[in-house]
Write a protein that binds this ligand. Structure first.
Ligand code: MF3
Ligand code: CO
Length: 253
């Protein structure tokens, strides 16, 4: 069942989203070679707590940290560690969920560590642009399949693959609500898009083959072929006339 959010609920989700944006702004200014992925987790946790939000990932199905921090061939759910040290040229995806008074906002950015290769740069840019292409399909009366097929077409036309095993989703009181929003599929199918829906659209892109594997830690998802991966996500509220992105900071490109 898809929950339609009231004005009051949307106000609370926007505050969660504001804090998610603030975390990204802070990370944009702090991510440097030599940092560990646990250092990133600590910045996420502190920024959320300082702003009256709870890091919702911590304890979610037993997840042990406040952020998912995924480097290079790790696509999603990388567990922060003081043994994983960022080096110049890496790309690092930071996926976070803030809970403000019971309401969630979820987003992810893939950050560059120092100067990165053109190859990595193109992957990061296409992944981000896939989200903005998908937004064009967010119109009342369209269907989730229109969003999914837009992501898939854009990514594949750029020579990459979308992940099949994990999807975007609705969000609200729960981190994951209906509808599921796959990054692949057919136009015209699935749930009809309505005002008041809160949707997490999140292209997860593999430079090489589409296959992934989960490490024995039960969380870390990597590309099977060891090639690069990237992830970009925002929480979006559907409005009568279009949509509102609630997890970007002011001035963010
Ligand atoms: N934030 C992720 C998403 O985009 C989910 C993280 S799983 C968790 O849906 F266990 F880390 F919370
Ligand atoms: Co999400």
């Amino acid at each position: 069942m898809v929950n339609i959010k009231s004005a009051r609920e949307i106000t609370l989700m926007k505050e969660a989203g504001r804090v998610v944006g603030l975390v990204f702004k802070t990370l944009e200014e702090s991510i440097k070679p030599g940092m560990s992925t646990l250092d990133i987790d600590q910045i996420v946790e502190k920024t959320m707590l300082d702003n009256k939000c709870i890091p919702a990932e911590k304890g979610y199905y037993g997840y042990p940290a406040s952020a998912c921090v995924s480097v290079n061939d790790t696509l999603i759910h990388g567990i922060p560690s003081n043994k994983i040290i960022l080096k110049e040229g890496d790309i690092v995806s930071v996926d976070i969920v803030a809970n403000y008074n019971g309401y969630m906002a979820d987003a992810c950015r893939t950050f560059k560590v120092g100067r990165i290769s053109e190859r990595a740069e193109r992957l990061v840019n296409v992944t981000k642009q896939a989200f903005f292409e998908a937004l064009k399909a967010i119109k009342v009366g369209n269907h989730i399949g229109d969003v999914s097929s837009t992501v898939q077409k854009y990514v594949e036309s750029n020579g990459y693959n979308v992940c099949r095993e994990y999807t975007g989703h609705g969000i609200g009181r729960d981190m994951h609500e209906d509808p599921a929003i796959p990054n692949y599929g057919k136009e015209g199918i699935g749930v009809r898009i309505e005002p008041g829906m809160a949707l997490c659209i999140e292209p997860m892109v593999l430079e090489g083959r589409k296959d992934t594997r989960v490490l024995p830690d039960g969380w870390t998802v990597k590309s099977r072929d060891g090639k690069l991966t990237a992830h970009y996500e925002n929480t979006v509220i559907v409005t009568e006339s279009g949509y509102e992105i609630i997890t970007m900071y002011e001035g963010e490109e």
